[in-house]
Design a protein around this ligand. Structure first.
Ligand code: ATP
Ligand code: MG
Length: 453
């Protein structure tokens, strides 16, 4: 069996993301095939494990891109949905239809039962997520040139915090979605363990005690395990995994915190309401700052109720902006500006968000310290969860020799400082932040489904 054929194209595109390198194209026909799918809150990746030559290949999931934003757009006038960047473009171009993102966050919550209304039809989230997974599966099958029945799917350590039942339900819902999409065999692996497997491919023979810090869009996940290039062949890895921990906090929560602190006050958060001088009700500001809730603001009833509320607002110059966003369904545009500002603040001390789409000349100036203040509660929770992981592993933080950073949120300077503070002596390694999990899941798929040794 050939083991060292890893195809991990590192050609960077305009935003530094990996894109598909055509020279690495392989023929998969006649080979046994399995895949790993990292269905992320923000981005999704897929990698193929080829039984013929034991290679692992990231799949170009949207044109030449090796990642696809986890988004969908259902046009009002057509049954054909758009996905990824195409869905974002349709929304930005203000085509008629329903745009959705962050639907992974709905798994294990009561919204799975409630569903949502799309083009006047009540639609279950199983259907929406299923549509997206089918699209991804088709992309993988296109590259493989054959059907794929075996998958290892990534999952966070906890879909839902502190509720084992909801957590099991979330995994069950996702498993049923993968099965309905046509996968005959579905296994799950924790996302940070997959990232560790991807890292292991490029390690030497020395064993290292490593911690994976994966800060994604929806969750932060951690694993402490023993890694070595020698273990790539090893089937039973359970003994090497010392601890897993996770919390349902991620980039979406950082966006929400930044939105509430720096953007929502421009729309009336903190202003007065009614003749008794009460504060304007908070719900619309929280709904507008939570990506998975925005679509619920666009019903006729919500708009009517909001108009009623704003009728009694004391500062109509501000709250009129809130009404514009809801009536013109611009919530996702606003949250994109918030997210762009957050990303900019990872590399610059200051950022300016242009809000002219709400009102001519409207802008917001931000500096990193404001963002960091808004992160306080989230950082505390992440720190607590990492510390719990260390305790669970039964090691001292000092014993950790390697920190593997993955997930978009690990670019945030405050998160990097936190990591450095907890593991002061460890070597810090940054793999491919957005695709290491998908790649590692395919390594696992190869181990489960294809290795006949
Ligand atoms: N440079 C950056 N600075 C700060 N945040 C960033 C940066 N780049 C990306 N992000 C954030 O990282 C998140 C996406 O990361 P990633 O693609 O790893 O998540 P995901 O795998 O889809 O989510 P999850 O694993 O939680 O389901 C988004 O919230 C995005 O805004
Ligand atoms: Mg992820």
């Amino acid at each position: 069996m050939l083991w060292y054929c890893f195809i991990y194209p590192q050609v960077a595109d305009e935003i530094g993301e990996s894109v598909y390198d055509k020279t690495s194209m392989k023929t998969f026909k006649t080979a046994a095939i399995a895949c790993g799918i990292d269905f992320g809150t923000s981005n999704t990746t897929v990698a193929l494990a080829n039984g013929r030559d034991a290679s692992i290949t990231l799949v170009p999931v949207e044109e030449q891109h090796l990642t696809i934003p986890s988004t969908v757009f259902f046009p009002s006038e057509s049954p054909e949905a758009f996905f990824g960047r195409k869905a974002i473009h349709a929304y930005v171009a203000r085509e008629e239809g329903r745009f959705m993102r962050s639907f992974k966050r709905v798994l294990g919550t009561s919204l799975m039962k409630d569903g949502t209304t799309i083009s006047g039809t009540k639609t279950r989230f199983e259907h929406i997520i299923g549509h997206f997974i089918e699209h991804i599966k088709n992309k993988a099958e296109l590259l493989a040139d054959m059907g794929i029945e075996n998958v290892v799917a990534g999952r966070p350590v906890h879909f839902v915090d502190g509720n084992d039942k909801a957590d099991r339900e979330a995994e069950g819902q996702l498993e049923a979605i993968f099965a309905a999409a046509g996968f005959k065999h579905v296994r799950f692996q924790y996302e940070p363990i997959a990232a560790a497997f991807a890292h292991e491919l490029n390690m030497g023979d020395k064993e290292m005690l490593a911690v994976v810090i994966d800060i994604g869009g929806g969750t932060s996940d951690f694993t402490i395990m023993r890694l070595s290039g020698r273990y790539i062949h090893k089937h039973e890895r359970q003994e090497d995994i010392l601890a897993n921990a996770g919390t349902r906090i991620g980039g979406n929560d950082f966006d929400r915190a930044l939105s509430l602190k720096c953007f929502m006050p421009l729309l009336g958060l903190g202003s007065l309401w009614g003749s008794k001088g009460l504060g304007f009700p908070l719900t619309p500001f929280f709904d507008l700052s939570e990506l998975s809730k925005i679509q619920y603001m666009y019903t006729q009833k919500y708009k009517r109720d909001l108009r009623g509320l704003i009728g009694q607002a004391n500062d109509k110059a501000l709250t009129r902006r809130l009404l514009t966003i809801v009536e013109e369904e611009l919530g996702h545009t606003l949250m994109s500006r918030v997210e762009e500002s957050k990303i900019q603040l990872s590399s610059s001390e200051q950022a300016t968000a242009d809000l002219a789409f709400i009102e001519e000349g409207l802008q917001v100036h931000l500096d990193r310290s404001q963002f960091e203040e808004s992160l306080f509660g989230s950082i505390e929770n992440i720190q607590k969860t990492i510390n719990e992981c260390v305790v669970q592993a039964g090691v001292k933080a000092d014993a950790v020799a390697l920190v593997i950073l993955t997930g978009g949120g690990t670019a945030i300077p405050m998160i990097r400082q936190l990591t450095r503070g907890i593991f002061p002596h460890a070597e810090i390694s940054e793999g491919n932040r957005l695709s290491s999990v998908g790649f590692g899941l395919a390594c696992d798929a190869r181990r489960y489904y294809l290795d006949g040794d």
